[in-house]
Design a protein. Sequence first.
Length: 628
Amino acid sequence: MLLEQMQSPDDLKKLPVEELPKLAEEIRQFLIESLSKTGGHLASNLGVIELTIALHYLFDSPKDKFLWDVGHQAYVHKLLTGRMDLFPTLRQYKGLCGFPKMSESEHDVWETGHSSTSLSGAMGMAAARDLKGEDNKVVAIIGDGALTGGMALEALNHIGEEKKDLIVVLNDNEMSISPNVGALHNYLGRLRTNKTYSKTKHDLESLIKKIPSVGTPFAHLLERVKDSLKFLVVDGVLFETLGFTYLGPIDGHNLTDLMECLRQAAHTKGPVLVHIVTRKGNGYQPAEEDQVNYHGVGTYKIESGAFAKKSGGPVAYPAVFGETMIKLAEENPKIVAISPAMLTGSKLEKFQRRFPDRTFDVGIAEQHAGTFAAGIATQGVIPVFSIYSTFLQRAYDQVVHDICRQNLHVVFAIDRAGFVGEDGETHQGIYDIGFMRSQPNMVMMMPKDENELQHMLYTATEYGKGPIAVRYSKANGTGVQMDEEFKLIPIGKSETVQDGEDVALVAFGSMVEPAIQTAELLQKQGISAKVVNARFVKPLDEEMLLSLYHDQMPIVTMEEGALQGGFGSAVLEFFAQREIYDAKVKLLAIPDYFVEHGSMAQQMEEVGLTPPQIADQVTRFVKKKQEV
Ligand SMILES: Cc1ncc(C[n+]2csc(CCOP(=O)(O)OP(=O)(O)O)c2C)c(N)n1
Ligand SMILES: CC(=O)[C@@H](O)[C@H](O)COP(=O)(O)O
Ligand SMILES: [Mg+2]
């Protein structure tokens, strides 16, 4: 098997060119087989097998730098850089990361997970290279979806101006996770169908070169004629206008064409954009036919492509969000949904089918989505901005400057809040509590179960006074009975779940259920714990906190979020502001480091947030308090 011999790109370079299609086929079979057992980002990787082979064959990694945008398509790169044996551990605890990771290999020179960063990173590397007087190549590989991200467009603007040697490979498969959207996508479509462009341009340039222009009075005029002629050939060559040499479009599954084009790119001065056209899921029929669901998969049967059945259990929070949105929108015609390219994961596809005019998939454009929501809200329409916690990070200034400062009624539906499992550190949804609650006007809540989620969403859409956020986990709910009618939750009011005398477990959202389990464990040790469902991190239920203090209850705050600036911090701030210095408060939250991939359960255990671990900590805390 050729693949087994690939310990480094040097081994690849030893292969005769004729063997490369065989290697590509082996990689395809390997990925289909290996991911059927581990899951992972299958379809995107099947689409870049030939491209990755061509890149490693022609360039000299790690001297030459490859920056994989999003990084979900870097599995082939991992295979060709000696990590085949680790694939059975892909995305598992302490196993191979699903994204580029510098600690894994010297060939991973840029870490990703969030999209649209590769061009800025590449520009930085090219600038540093030139300052140091070095001569390596820098190649950014970006998908058509990631290209819609604002960062990528900002970088194109800069790169085109600076004119440094840098190659951008645009992998155009017409797909984001869902079919790609937007005017830029439509433009790429026109380039794709205009296959004669490159040839015509080449012929034209050869012709113009024959006219003796340099040094003549007509030089400038002739250059302008050349540019104008280009625009006659296709309706606007955006990338050339921006200062890139545009090569393509070429078939990204044809190794010969790829090699030829990349060779030409490597010898071209200044920024080059190589436009390759690929098929997501290429070579595996189930993935080609259902590109959306094969973007990221769990385990599946190779022959049929059938996904392993989910192990029953209660419905997951995102599904409850999707269903609730339909109910809410049926009752309230002012409600619209906004998603930055995540309709599928956010469970809004059914909503989109039911209310196509009230659904906005804006592409990978979190910043725009935020300010777009603000604009909608100014007109009395109610935008529900559905966004994963981790991607909301990208829209922070929009949250601050456009939404909170203008005190607009934007409803944030913050999905994937807390640990996310296999995607790991780039995707953990654990910072939103801190960065949202610091904003004036913000209201923020998290439900203890799926029934409370629907009531919170209803409360948020009815609120009307300013920005309001509901964060919820990707996990399954608790299996609680769902109420038929929506109820308003009083803003800033907690709920006592069970009474107790020795300690108060004040839990935020997803930690209420573990708090109840912890209380049971404590009971066995003779410790009586009160459990409070905090519901709100902002505004806090101050009355509840003061009452616990007056009852001299030690307080343990519990949250699935970062310790710094989180729910527990808010409780401490409250007591400090009231000049209450003898409140006994212990904070249980996620400590100050990036927690890597694994299952959500493993991640909770790693940071000490499982009920037995919490019970131990609470026992020590209560005993210490009694000793004082
Ligand atoms: C900032 C950000 N927003 C959203 C995502 C979620 N996401 C991951 S891959 C992807 C689609 C990327 O499409 P494209 O770049 O064309 O790559 P393809 O999967 O088609 O190869 C999206 C929306 C992300 N990783 N980062
Ligand atoms: C690479 C990426 O950002 C997405 O594909 C992400 O992995 C989706 O996560 P979910 O599976 O939770 O929707
Ligand atoms: Mg794509």
